[in-house]
Design a protein around this ligand. Structure first.
Ligand SMILES: NC(=O)c1ccc[n+]([C@@H]2O[C@H](COP(=O)([O-])OP(=O)(O)OC[C@H]3O[C@@H](n4cnc5c(N)ncnc54)[C@H](OP(=O)(O)O)[C@@H]3O)[C@@H](O)[C@H]2O)c1
Length: 336
């Protein structure tokens, strides 16, 4: 079967096409014929560390969807032909997060990912694809979709009358925007591009701020909300945005701390949290249970993920380059 490996010897690209033998499902496992995968910002961070030994020979990408192609002994919940997607943390099925789940993240330091024609996973790591979604759409869900759902809805309790701030128009941000629109919440979008802001408006963005033209976007946000601020914030930037997020949060609001787009290690002045009785919700993606709950929500509200561009298997390096350019709006997908 065809696949890609991270490879420390392939120069700056660090991606090598390989032919591997088709894996066989052992007891309790399922084999999936992968139809589509999607890229996340995380995959750039991992690619840029691909010269580390532990990543050499690793199949990248956490996100993929396809069709059950073979089942191992003892598997009763899946049948050949079922349409499934894999959960980001293979072993976080339900309940609160545990540090012991970290090594089970697909396409990370210790576990192969989805950029292969066939993948074998334990039966517990899969969810059914919502009937109204194609495999291309379903491949966008495991990381970006589940992260936004877990932070904003499962933990953040976002609902009608709330106001969400999303930063940029990448994968996590647009899922958040679509969830807010479905719930009847207002949405504030900041972006580097007026053209992207116009597209975000069509998805339900009600206050639109270009953060290049308006670097003090927190001041503009407060003015546009008559001083109320945002009840929910998808904090995607990290050190370059965190203080402005703190200055944008409404009284009793929630900052969902997710991203590192401007680097790691925010060192914000947290005093305002105290004065505004606001909370920080830290999120690492989510569980199989979160994924299934999000799929019910997507089905109920007939939400289709925003797919920016679809690449062929031969074009994987181009797909990574497109993600790195930051010119995308929503998700980048590769079909197999
Ligand atoms: N904690 C977790 O579990 C978790 C899960 C998923 C993602 N993440 C993190 O969340 C972040 C977003 O991930 P993603 O996959 O959605 O990324 P993505 O699709 O690559 O989104 C990138 C977009 O973010 C916007 N952006 C970049 N710098 C910005 C800034 N300084 N201020 C505001 N917007 C900015 C740009 O949009 P415009 O062109 O519109 O400006 C850019 O196109 C990343 O840091 C990722 O590592 C964390």
């Amino acid at each position: 079967m065809k696949a890609y490996h991270l490879n420390s010897h392939t120069g700056a690209g660090h991606l090598a096409r390989v032919d591997l033998s088709k894996p066989e499902p052992a007891s309790g496992q399922v084999r999936i014929r992968v139809e589509a995968v999607s890229l996340n910002y995380r995959d750039l961070l991992i690619l840029d560390r691909a010269d580390q030994n532990k990543l050499n020979g690793r199949v990248p990408l956490s996100d993929g969807a396809g069709i059950v192609d073979a089942i191992g002994a003892g598997v009763t919940q899946w049948q050949v032909g079922d349409r499934v997607a894999a959960s980001f943390f293979r072993d976080w099925v339900s309940g609160p997060f545990k540090a012991s789940y970290v090594p089970s993240s697909l396409g990370g330091n210790t576990m192969d990912g989805m950029l292969a024609e066939y993948v074998v996973l334990p039966a517990h790591a899969l969810v059914p694809v919502p009937p109204h979604l194609s495999s291309i759409e379903a491949a966008t869900l495991p990381c970006a979709g589940v992260t936004a759902f877990h932070g904003l809805i499962a933990r953040g309790g976002m609902g009608k009358g709330d106001t969400l701030l999303v930063q940029g128009t990448g994968g996590v941000a647009l899922f958040g925007l679509q969830f807010a629109a479905a719930l009847g919440a207002g949405a504030i979008v900041i972006s580097s591009s007026d053209e992207k802001l116009a597209r975000a408006k069509a998805l339900g963005g009600s206050i639109l701020i270009n953060y290049r033209d308006t670097p003090d976007w927190d001041v503009a946000l407060m003015k546009a909300t008559d001083g109320a601020g945002a009840s929910h914030i998808l904090e995607l930037g990290g050190p370059g945005t965190y203080d402005r997020s703190l200055r944008s949060v409404a009284s009793g609001g929630k900052i969902v701390q997710i991203g590192v787009l401007t680097g790691f290690g925010p060192k914000p002045d947290l005093a305002r949290l105290q004065w505004e009785n606001a909370d920080i919700i830290g999120v690492t993606v989510g569980s199989v249970e979160h994924f299934a709950a999000m799929n019910s929500f997507l089905t109920e509200h007939a939400i289709h993920p925003i797919v920016d561009r679809i690449y062929s298997f031969d074009e994987v390096p181009e797909a990574y380059a497109h993600l790195r350019s930051g010119s995308h709006f929503g998700k980048i997908v590769v079909t197999l």
